[in-house]
Design a protein. Structure first.
Length: 298
């Protein structure tokens, strides 16, 4: 829980994020940085602009975002902050796609993001300033229980956006085609990835196989596996297990259910499999995780 990114670090020889960060949450408060070129990574990214405005280039489309607005997009789409106006600051939140999928937002909201839409909230909320500052303070304490609380509150804030009104900006729409700078989307086969991710999100807590996942796309299983790994930097099986693990973590924190029931509800086939994956990924037992996250230091 404590290993969060405080920024996305890029390999300057390419616009891709460094490998191995896709499963980590991240949080950063800073002055807006004009970026020299577009880049992309695997997270769902949330930005807030406080007392400043910004202009983005999202896969070749210019998007202007007023101050106070919440903006949400899948960062695998090439993006670049090209200009900022005002003396304020911005907040970046990086959410692993696996966690975002497990949160079960409205299907049209998730679908828009996975199709490459950029979502900009219509409403502004003054409490966002205090809330993001509280998250920053809590994360700096390196307390697992507080970190789990921050994750829960981020989820709740995104859920509010998903049920309020927001604008969508798609990569295939532009008000001024003469000034549009075309960029190649690095996510070839995006529609197939969208289909696979949404199917997995709906069925990960059941018995699910790679042929099942491939079948919903009409692709051969071998090609579906290769496409998924190329885009997501993780295998289909690993992705399914991470969704199950995130589900189990939430139940360990928020409920008093026994470990066996949690393993079954999250979709693990056996208690031994659950323990193996849990300790492999988190380096502790489920009970140790529960004790650690439910104890808030006075």
């Amino acid at each position: 829980m404590q290993e969060w990114l405080n920024r996305i670090i890029f390999d300057y020889s390419s616009p891709l994020t460094r490998q191995g960060n896709e499963h980590k949450f991240g949080f950063r408060i800073h002055n807006p940085d004009v970026m020299p070129h577009s880049h992309w990574h695997g997270h769902i990214e949330v930005n807030f602009l406080f007392n400043c405005e910004a202009e983005y280039l999202m896969n070749g489309r210019k998007i202007y975002v007023p101050q106070g607005r919440m903006i949400l997009f899948w960062a695998s789409i090439p993006h670049q902050l090209t200009a900022s106006f005002g003396d304020g600051y911005m907040v970046n939140i990086y959410i692993p796609l696996q966690a975002f999928q497990q949160w079960k937002f409205p299907s049209e909201f998730i679908g828009a993001l996975l199709r490459g839409e950029v979502l900009v909230a219509d409403q502004t909320h003054q409490t966002d300033v205090e809330l993001t500052q509280l998250w920053d303070k809590d994360l700096n304490q390196k307390n697992d229980a507080l970190t789990a609380q921050v994750v829960s509150e981020i989820r709740g804030r995104i859920r509010r956006m998903s049920v309020e009104s927001y604008q969508t900006f798609g990569a295939d729409k532009t008000a001024d085609k003469s000034t549009r700078k075309e960029q190649k989307n690095p996510v070839a086969g995006l529609s197939h990835i969208d289909t696979m991710l949404r199917y997995i999100a709906d069925h990960y807590d059941q018995k699910i196989t790679i042929p099942d996942v491939a079948a919903v796309t009409g692709l051969h299983p071998n090609y579906a596996m290769k496409l998924f790994h190329r885009v997501m930097k993780i295998s289909i099986k690993q992705y399914i297990n991470r969704l199950r693990l995130l589900h189990a973590q939430a139940l360990l924190v928020d409920t008093e259910q026994g470990v066996l029931n949690i393993a079954i509800e999250a979709g693990f086939g056996s208690i031994s499999r659950f323990y193996d994956i849990f300790q492999q990924e988190l380096h502790m037992t489920p009970q140790q995780y529960r004790n650690k996250t439910q104890k808030i230091s006075a």
